[in-house]
Write a protein that binds this ligand. Structure first.
Ligand code: DAH
Length: 355
């Protein structure tokens, strides 16, 4: 008969999980040593059994727990050996892995969000598939407005039960409506996003991006519109004394309306933003039309505000000297490497906006 100490020594001597398992089978398996002793209890007379049983049960428990301990120790050792040998050096840059760049449209959206956040605006979003009411009617664009024509707007197949077919939004302005219907003034938002028009040539793409701005409160006036947009133009183009001009214009959703031009020079056929005696149109703006406020349940006697909208590709092209709109969507890696931005170099008012 093997004594308890020998059993425990064998367990501790097992050098791997297979060896340990053989020891377990030899002791606790069907034909095992301890199993045999447990079986022998059955053939003992009652007194002997009462004397022997506690010792055999205690032995079984000691051996079982010693096996469990040894098993845990062996498993830990296996893991530690693995960790020590399979080292991965995460600090090593992978050779020849091309680094991605930030697309100029994303970069400019980040810059816009930074500038307007500094002026107290938050970023709002809305759906790209809109009803005609949000995209046109609520914005005071009448039934016969040319923008509603088939050649300008993508209409979706009419769905069952729909009064009029939905459209791919032609501008980010419907998000003005959604925001005014949802939130109580004061409102101060910008809305960057995708827009769609049935247009395709060197300066127009069927999909492009716009940013919309909206301010509604009790006391805002044309002076705030001007101050805000002058501040924006100078920060965005990074020219402190950039000339900014407001030209009377017309939009159905604003009254009065103004187009905004910035100073530039075109000497020698090269466009330069800044002083130079020439002008370049960059955005549309105006005081929100009272009818638009009423459409959104806002009392124009109590609240007023201003709005503006501009094309993101257009201002990106001007700021970063990108000559052709179509190249924005070609996904040509050489173009992206050339015009793209370093991913972790995030624009900020403190660290600098322009790259
Ligand atoms: N929605 C206009 C467009 O797509 C841009 C625009 C002009 C938006 C004036 C405005 C605004 O909010 O006030 O051309």
């Amino acid at each position: 008969m093997i004594d308890a100490e020998t059993m425990l020594d064998r367990i501790l001597a097992a050098e791997n999980l297979q060896e340990l398992d053989s020891v377990r089978v030899a002791l606790l398996g069907k034909q095992g040593e301890i199993t045999a002793r447990l079986k022998s209890l059955g053939s003992m007379d009652a007194d002997t059994r009462a004397a022997e049983a506690p010792g055999i049960h205690a032995l079984r428990e000691r051996v079982t727990s010693a096996i469990a301990d040894r098993k845990a120790a062996l498993e830990t050792a296996v893991l530690e050996r693995k960790l020590a040998t399979e080292k991965i050096d995460l600090s090593l840059p992978a050779p020849d892995t091309p680094q991605g760049t930030v697309h100029p449209v994303s970069q400019v959206m980040d810059e816009l969000a930074e500038i307007f956040a500094d002026l107290g605006f938050s970023v709002a979003e809305g759906p790209e598939i809109e009803t005609q009411w949000y995209n046109f009617t609520a914005l005071n664009m009448p039934e016969n407005h040319p923008a509603r024509a088939m050649q300008d707007t993508f209409y979706l197949e009419p769905q069952d039960g729909e009064e009029e077919p939905r459209v791919l939004r032609t501008h980010t302005s419907p998000v003005q409506i959604r925001t005014m219907l949802r939130d109580k003034p004061p409102i101060r938002i910008i809305v960057p996003g995708r827009t769609f028009r049935s247009d395709h040539d060197a300066t127009h793409s069927p999909m492009f991006h716009q940013v919309e701005g909206l301010v509604i409160d009790r006391a805002s006036h044309m002076g705030h519109l001007k101050g805000c947009l002058i501040e924006f133009c100078r920060a965005f183009f990074d020219v402190d004394d950039l000339p900014v001009r407001f030209r009377p214009s017309y939009f159905p959703f604003t009254e009065p309306s103004a187009e905004v031009d910035i100073g530039c020079s075109r000497a020698g056929g090269e466009l330069k933003i800044g002083h130079g005696g020439d002008w370049l149109e960059i955005l549309g703006s105006g005081m929100v039309h009272p009818k638009v406020l009423v459409n959104c349940g806002i009392d124009p006697e109590e609240y007023q505000g201003f709005a503006f909208g501009m094309g993101i590709e257009r201002i990106a092209m001007l700021k970063y000297g990108i000559p052709d709109l179509r190249t924005f969507y070609e996904s040509d890696l050489r173009w992206l490497r050339h015009y793209g931005f370093v991913p972790l170099d995030v624009p900020s008012m403190v660290g600098g906006l322009s790259r």
